[in-house]
Design a binder for this molecule. Sequence first.
Ligand code: SF4
Ligand code: SF4
Length: 344
Amino acid sequence: MTVKKITKADFTDLIEKVIASQKVYAPQAKGDKYDFAPLTSAGDMKLDYDVTLQPPKKYFIPPVETLLTFEVGGGYQSQFDEEKFVLLGVHPYDMVAINQIDKLFSDGHFDNHYMNRRTNATIIALDVVNASKNVFASEIGTATVKQGYDLLLTDIGDAYIAEAATEKGAALLAGANAADATDDDLAKKQKVQSDNELSLSKHLLKCPASDLPKLLEKAYDHPVWEEQAETCFACGSCNQVCPTCYCFNVQDDVNWDMKTGERKRAWDGCMLDGFTKCAPDHEFRKNRADRFRHRLFRKGKYVPYKLGGEIACVGCGRCVGACLPDIANPVNVYNRLFDDLGNG
Ligand code: SF4
Ligand code: SF4
């Protein structure tokens, strides 16, 4: 593992060089908010951002993608995105979400389209500098991350500490004007991470996150689902902004020539009406309360059972800000359940 100290000016120069040879996506200002977007000038990257509107999952699972083209009654051709790219500035909680989706899309049914993009990506993770107003990553244990990235940057004030975790990360760092990190630099990095592990806690969970699956075992018939769903618009915003939501719909579109077509997949969400519609016109979660419960069961129970206990909410807080009636915050619901059922 290579660990270097690189001044901010030298890091900007490095990224300017990288932009000249491959696509780079990085957080940039969007009005008074931030979002990941293609970077055309290193001066536009905002590495002190608090949170992005959308998580970086869109670079691995695009909102709409063509899986294959086909001839009606004939053969088909799978379509793969082969472009190599650098994804810069991924906060630890978003990195944890990508690590989770990596496991879910490679265990059992191996998703070539997703995994191809993962292989083509070089991820530069970044420890949080400014906490967003709704982040609760410290409550979940996702305020820092130890794996998944190629390079990890930690802002220590006058410079970044850059830790290369893979050959791709080391190769990228080799192009920089950087010095070996000293013990003093490493202590500063450790301090940033230790502080974040405690301070990214704008909403406090009343129980350890690891207890959520057990708590939800008792909560299937709790009135909270109906109560919250009374004001839910079923807009799906909480799904769309969530870094751990990956559900999609697949549809075949036949072209006007009636001979060729494309199979596409597009984001879908469990909060949307029609998500569970199947033949013959049956919808098994038609009720908004059922969908509201499913979203929080999936994050706190179903996926953790698949991933050895990992909670499928990484505490980014995006759904809290995206929900107009202010009912999407998982912490509020889990705390209500803990108050009512936690000691039973
Ligand atoms: S449920 Fe909300 S806070 Fe948790 S990861 Fe998804 S968007 Fe972030
Ligand atoms: S919980 Fe909020 S964001 Fe989610 S579907 Fe309902 S209204 Fe929309």
